[in-house]
Design a protein around this ligand. Sequence first.
Ligand code: GLN
Length: 540
Amino acid sequence: MAKHIFVTGGVVSSLGKGLTCASIGMLLEHRGLRVRLQKFDPYINVDPGTMSPYQHGEVYVLDDGAETDLDLGHYERFTNAPLSRDCNFTTGKIYLSIIEKERRGDYLGRTVQVIPHVTDEIKNAVLKLATPDVDVVITEIGGTVGDIEGLPFFEAIRQFSLDVGRNNCLYIHLTLVPYLKAAGEAKSKPTQHSVGLLRQIGIQPDVLICRTEREMPKDMPEKIALFCNVETRAVIEERDKEFSIYEVPLSLVENKLDELIVEKLSLKAKPLDISDWTSMIQRLRNPKREVTIAVVGKYIRHNDAYKSIYESLDHAGIANTTKVIIRKIEGEDIELHGAESQLEGVDGILVPGGFGYRGVPGKIEAIRVAREKNIPFFGICLGLQCAVIEFGRNVLKLEDPNTTEIDKNCKSPVVCLLDDQYSITDMGGTMRLGTYPCKLKEGSKAYNAYGAAVVHERHRHRYEFNNKFKSQYEKHGMVFSGTSPDGNLVEAIEIADHPWFLAVQSHPEFKSKPTSAHPLFQGFVKACGVYQENKVAGKK
Ligand code: GLN
């Protein structure tokens, strides 16, 4: 029978619960255990697919097409646990299912209530992951204890231990131990209050993970333990990591969290071996060179909007023992100040996915510079579509080439909707979502990077390259190096006589890990290193 770990948070949001869950998952896997991870988000949207990146950061897409919270990206980067749409539930998704049942008459005339119907629905969502092949299910509760919208989730996980047995559940609470400069000391009171709230709901945490900026004073764990009714050894310090988020598991190991979990849940586990992870950290800490890569996007000022892109660039840096410095550029800044000046000194240009008009002219300009100056270029989703428009405009000299997402009536719709997309009116969950196969052209850059003829990547888009223009593009040196297996949808483009100009319709950033960088990101960062060497050698 699977054991359960519930991770809650208190004091403030953004404590890094997702990273902590991912790190715990990673440690348990390295002790030979089979884990699953899941997140509950108490907001009412059915999924984050319709939310602005300003509000929510990146939408993380899974193989099955689920549009999920970006914490699931951490889960995938840290562990090998398979993820599906059962790994992310919002209040909206829970209620949608209940209301559908109610409309069907499934409740047989009973009054439908938060307790037991909503809490049962939540508990069933946890149980969905507890299949016989699983040792530990880690469930993260989004938000902070005390939030009104979170209450049904806290109530459900409280009840859960009565259903499956208290010994089969472990409650981990993440809190903040702030350091007050004026007082010159770390403070435990917010943690005490936060645990107090949790205990009012009926949950006694077993483990407290205390986020700190500075090392906690020696007597602090004992004090917190006493006031919060936990063992002293179960008060774990998780200090801020200056270097990399991938170091978080190491500090949890230092504080013996894996041993504590194994003991408290009576798990049959192997001794810990994280040598693969520590050697990855070694490479990360000892880069041999630095490259600067421009990421030209729309939500550049929001740190989380391109999370997986930044992480994937870091992974590729680790693989190439290269430190990747990211220059974040807003498309509109290129429009205002000119591409040449904004891109001065970069060794590579990446244009990520996106929606809508804002920033697109700037992205197209950045791509023109990359193409004309032989700077390595990597386009992702909207990045591919912009590359197609740029090529149509400046190489093919087409009349008014555009995507119909931006201009429905443009003269040359080089990117447009597929026929079956025209009838769709709902915004949520109606894009081309999830994993699709792609056939690669032998000898192309994509083929060589992947080392495979057929690959599978995740998608999240509506618009497609318009095949009516294909032969014109090919005549002018564009290579369609990846297509759907039936050849109908363009998946990857390249420019034959450019050192590294590659764009894909998919989102490879969702399949990169620190211990195995995605081949396209790896190839791109390598090409940026070569570009820089040539620049230094004056070969340009
Ligand atoms: N807006 C474009 C489309 O829907 C690109 C989407 C994306 O970049 N994820 O096709």
